[in-house]
Design a protein around this ligand. Structure first.
Ligand code: GAP
Length: 545
């Protein structure tokens, strides 16, 4: 059963060392996350797979790693200083801050087009604060999303040292267009790929790592002759869609959405969003835009830009003249892609039914939890939280034992844990879960944080331990991320590795000492085969690459 809520993913990510709330020891910092030992491996594998696909597997691409801090003029002439903002509104009652466009769309069903229609609807009492439900919202006003900082040791109090943390990596590529062209002797069409941090002071970050203020982008700027842009755009839309499905995303969970004329950025000729069906609904994974010649022109010296010291253009040998290339931009988020792969790989199921009386006892506990939520004073528990917990309790109680995985996901919910009876619910659910459910992350072997886990059948048998440790070392040297574990019975060790997505487990037993073979167990089929130690590296590498 795939994840039905983001909480299941958040819970697994925290429990098993993928992602932790940042600076938790000081109470955290809203919507900032740290990738733990397994998360960093997974995200690195996503980035590596992307780099390999868009740089190494092609002949028309170069890589780049530009600075995060850039001359402020980059953001002036890119248009970000003037236009990189979201409309914002405040609730005068509870002081919560919201994206005016999102609030307008969810209340009216129509797209937000301008502040005037938002303000009129707010004044007519048609818009409610999503947090407290009151009808007292301020007019919508633009909020620039760029983080400001000061360059140099002295804060002069004016704007002379002002710089921004880049809100996208793209501009670093545009301003390096001439450098790459000259040093790499490229001819059109060619592209530049870059992976790096970007920062946006989002008004409403949330949904785990989906929308954060610090995130990583994987961006391509692909330069083509005007006239060849439409075909190149379509080719990139197809290539990028295939990349996700080749790495295991279910095609049913991925779709291409054509941006409407109203949504298109003023410089874009066409833009297609690749959307993934996250547990919270279809949401953008990557945008693939035809940005025309807007960016290269914007950063070239001209009457509109007297600050640039040169022109970003290309000498076309065929036409014997300078042209300004068009740009196709596939722009993906490394964190969003990692989250999508995690959600898609998640599979939790009941492996055997718990005895009926145990399910009934748990159902009673969940119902009693629901009653406690119902009685909660609205001053202590916000209406939206109450509604969410009541709905969860009702759904889980009605579906037990099948909804046991959803109940386990609720274990980390801070609001649920404030209710006394929930501790009992959690204890009982965790005990049943331990005995009756199996969680597997069916990650593509190339993305899995650990490729192979090696176990000795007995940890107090030195010959088995020595052989197992040696196999682990050799596989690691052969380039396969491997771990050794002897801290439990083999069944338990398999479960642990299934939960973090390890595709292969190797067990060293007494037969291994006689004939030099070990068992290799496949995570997905749970089938086991004997393979000779000498052939392990080759056999496993063939499955991973
Ligand atoms: N250069 C074009 C550009 O930046 P974008 O649609 O604003 O376009 C591209 O961002 C991708 O970056 C998005 O599709 C998403 O995957 C990722 N992204 C954008 N904002 C994000 C945020 N606040 N948190 C996480 N990822 C984000």
């Amino acid at each position: 059963m795939p994840a039905s809520s983001l909480e299941q993913i958040v819970s697994l990510a925290k429990r098993r060392g993928f992602v932790f709330p940042s600076s938790a020891i000081y109470g955290g910092l809203g919507s900032t996350w740290d990738y733990g030992p397994l998360g960093v491996e997974l995200k690195n594998n996503v980035k590596r797979a992307w780099w390999r696909s868009v740089v190494y597997d092609r002949d028309d691409m170069e890589g780049l790693d530009a600075a995060i801090l850039m001359n402020r003029l980059v953001w002036k002439y890119s248009g970000h200083e003037r236009t990189f903002s979201d409309p914002m509104t405040d609730c005068r009652k509870c002081k919560a801050r919201h994206r005016a466009d999102q609030l307008y769309k969810s209340a009216t069903g129509s797209d937000y087009t301008n502040a005037e229609s938002f303000n009129a609807a707010a004044q007519a009492g048609e818009l409610k604060c999503p947090k407290c439900g009151e009808i007292d919202l301020t007019d919508a006003r633009p909020f620039n999303l760029m983080f400001k900082t000061t360059v140099g040791p002295v804060d002069t109090g004016d704007d002379s040292g002002l710089a921004y943390l880049r809100p996208e990596t793209a501009q670093g590529i545009f301003v390096n267009f001439g450098n790459v062209l000259d040093t790499m002797r490229r001819k059109l069409p060619f592209g530049v790929a870059q992976i790096g941090k970007a920062f946006r002071n989002e008004i409403t970050p949330g949904n785990f790592t989906f929308r954060t203020r610090e995130f990583e982008q994987m961006e391509i700027e692909y330069f083509v002759r005007p006239g060849e842009d439409e075909a190149a755009h379509q080719a990139w839309i197809d290539a990028r869609t295939k990349w996700y499905t080749d790495l295991g995303l279910r095609p049913d969970n991925l779709r291409q959405r054509e941006q409407t004329k109203d949504e298109l950025a003023h410089y874009a000729k066409r833009c297609v969003d690749l959307e993934y069906r996250f547990p919270m609904g279809w949401s953008e994974l990557e945008g693939i835009a035809n940005r025309t010649d807007f960016d290269l022109k914007a950063h070239s010296r001209s009457p509109e830009n007297p600050d640039a010291v040169g022109e970003l253009r290309y000498f076309d040998q065929e036409q014997k003249k300078h042209i300004v290339p068009y740009v196709i931009e596939p722009s993906a988020g490394a964190d969003r892609a990692t989250l999508a792969f995690l959600c898609d790989a998640y599979d939790e199921s009941l492996v055997k039914e718990p005895p009926a009386e145990e399910s009934a006892k748990l159902r009673e506990l969940v119902e009693s939890f629901g009653r406690s939520v119902e009685k909660r004073d609205p001053k202590v528990m916000e209406p939206a939280v109450k509604e969410r917990l009541l709905a969860a309790a009702e759904r889980i109680a009605a579906g037990l034992p099948g909804t046991l995985p959803d109940l386990l996901a609720l274990s980390d919910d801070a609001e649920a844990n404030r209710i006394e009876v929930f501790k009992k619910v959690r204890g009982t659910a965790e005990k049943l879960g331990e005995e009756h459910t199996r969680t597997v992350l069916r990650l593509h072997p190339r993305l899995a944080p650990i490729t192979v886990a090696v176990f000795p059948l007995k940890k107090n048998e030195p010959r088995l331990v020595e052989l197992a440790r040696g196999i682990k070392r050799d596989l690691q040297v052969a380039g396969l991320r491997s771990v050794y574990d002897d801290t439990g019975a083999i069944g338990k060790l398999y479960r642990r590795q299934d939960e973090i997505g390890t595709p292969f487990c190797i067990t060293v037993d007494f037969q291994s000492l006689d004939d030099g073979t070990v068992t290799v167990r496949d995570r997905d089929t749970m089938g086991q085969e004997r393979v000779s130690v000498g052939e392990l590296g080759g056999a496993l590498r063939a499955k991973v690459t």
